[in-house]
Design a protein around this ligand. Sequence first.
Ligand code: HEC
Length: 133
Amino acid sequence: MKRDKISLVVVIMGAFAMVGAITLATYSPGVSLAQDNAAVASAIFKDHECWGCHTVQSAKIELDVGDLEPDEVDEDAPDLSDAGLKHDQEWIMQYLKKKVKLNDEKHEKKFRGTDEEFETLTAWLSALKTEAK
Ligand code: HEC
């Protein structure tokens, strides 16, 4: 019986410690959370081969054509460091789903990830506000 009580206490203490750690990680260093989001978003950006056409110099993302065929790559694609100065998240979402046009044309690539990935990716893009040099 006594053993059971002790292990119950240990489990409860462990649960409190975990909740505490999560709360701390979530709320205290707001900056590092933003950095985590940026890390996740840039991984999504790479996974979906956006970097086959676009650089994001402010996030140190260079071109990587990976397995893309040469005719799947467009060298005129702009650097996206200033995407958030030109467009808001809503517009970027529409554009990447080919629902709105830019310069009379739809985007070449339709985003085909999950809704959650799409939200993270477009939030990040619309927060990129480094003036182009
Ligand atoms: C096949 C090449 C190609 C791929 C892959 C590609 N894009 Fe593009 N994208 C373009 C081109 C070209 C333009 C510019 C079109 C124009 O200016 O008329 C563009 C424009 C954009 C713009 C608007 C930029 C601006 O300055 O207004 C955003 C945002 C964007 N792309 C995001 C993405 C994301 C996110 C991905 C990955 C899901 C992606 N693109 C994949 C070719 C590509």
